[in-house]
Design a protein around this ligand. Structure first.
Ligand SMILES: *Cc1c(COP(=O)(O)O)cnc(C)c1O
Length: 352
């Protein structure tokens, strides 16, 4: 607390990211980082870009990167917004598109940055409970609202909604923006990007942090009708005209163009997820059906916080949320097969 703070600062609840601990031999399964490194083509492109041209400001409209995203999704440049991480794209989205007279609808259990942005931008939100299977039921969103935001697959549950359900939401709310945060979509879910031509109220947000293994590069993007994108551009250009540097853009373009590498590494993670799920179930854990690069799991007879602490003593980090309804769960990132096996061995020892 300080008397020098602006009034709004006193009321903020900042997001708490998973810890970034440095420790030899640590098995780090707490922040959904990709265990396979970025595309070698992305690394090469960044090395190439790190030269004398850094003297100049980067392109404020990021056309090269927008075109790479547009190519990937069969869209035009005017349907693409890019930013320094999808967290930044989300922040601009809350600011530009989600503050209305009626409340924003979002699930009670979802990405915990959403309530943080609501408090930052003074947005009134209604937190719609997930059903008893921890699924989003789109029928629960049939209520007056100013806008809707969902993560699909949802986080931290990992459960994905089929495209038909997203479409039902878009049809039911033609005068509200529906934002779908697809941070994990490449691990087995269907992207709502396929619906963009038909719905002017849809905004899809993705990141290069998860399936492109570039969490440290900080690149995210949004796809939507040019009018939505123009709103985001107005906010971005009132905040920072150059959020992406040249090195960052060069890496992002090469990563987006290397589709084969992304698909191959994502398939490896999907296979490890199936193996880990079966192993956890054999140990008596309930595992929610995940389409993401993590699983959300609880043991009917062992406390979640205690399990997380016992794993930590064995140098294995997983994420535990002290939140209503989910305080018995652990969110476990899918690591390499070796890391998944270490986790299973540790759990066997802890449970016995
Ligand atoms: C990881 C994550 C993000 C943020 O990704 P960055 O681009 O690294 O900021 C956004 N939404 C959800 C649901 C996530 O899990």
């Amino acid at each position: 607390m300080s008397k020098f703070w602006s009034k709004v600062v006193h009321g903020l609840t900042p997001y708490t990211p998973g810890e970034q601990v440095q420790m030899p031999g640590l098995v780090k399964l707490n922040t959904n980082e990709n265990p396979y490194g970025p595309s070698p083509k992305a690394i090469a492109a960044m090395q190439e870009a790190a030269g004398d041209s850094l003297r100049k400001y980067s392109d404020p409209s990021n056309t090269v990167l927008k075109d790479a995203v547009a190519r990937r999704f069969g869209l035009t440049r005017e349907q693409v917004f890019v930013g320094n991480s999808s967290d930044e794209v989300l922040a601009h989205t809350f600011h530009a598109l989600l503050k209305h007279d009626l409340p924003l609808l979002t699930p009670d259990i979802s990405y915990s940055f959403y309530p943080t942005y609501c408090s930052l931008y003074g947005i009134d939100a209604v937190y719609v409970p997930l059903n008893e299977r921890f699924e989003i039921d789109v029928a629960d969103y049939a209520q007056p609202c100013g806008a809707i935001i969902l993560a699909n697959p949802n986080a931290p549950t990992g459960i994905a909604l089929p495209l038909a359900q997203i479409e039902a939401l878009l049809v039911a709310h033609p005068d509200q923006v529906v934002v779908i945060d697809e941070a994990y979509v490449d691990f087995g879910a269907q992207s709502a990007a396929a619906l963009l031509g038909r719905y002017d109220n849809l905004l899809v947000i993705q990141t290069l942090s998860k399936s492109r293994s570039l969490a440290g590069l900080r690149v995210g993007f949004a796809l939507g009708h040019p009018d939505l994108i123009a709103g985001l551009e107005r906010v971005k250009n009132s905040f920072n005209c150059y959020p992406l540097g040249q090195v960052q853009q060069a890496g992002a373009v090469a990563a987006l163009d290397d589709v084969a590498y992304m698909e191959q590494t994502s398939q490896a993670i999907i296979a490890s997820r199936a193996w880990l799920t079966a192993q956890m179930q054999a140990l008596g854990f309930d595992v929610l059906p995940s389409q993401a690069n993590f699983i959300f799991t609880r043991h009917p007879r062992h406390d979640g916080a205690q399990l997380a602490a016992a794993l930590r003593e064995r140098a294995i980090l997983v994420r535990h949320f002290k939140a209503a309804r989910i305080d018995q769960f652990l969110r476990v990132t899918i690591g390499t097969d070796e890391e998944c096996a270490k986790l299973v061995d540790a759990l066997k020892a802890i449970l016995s």
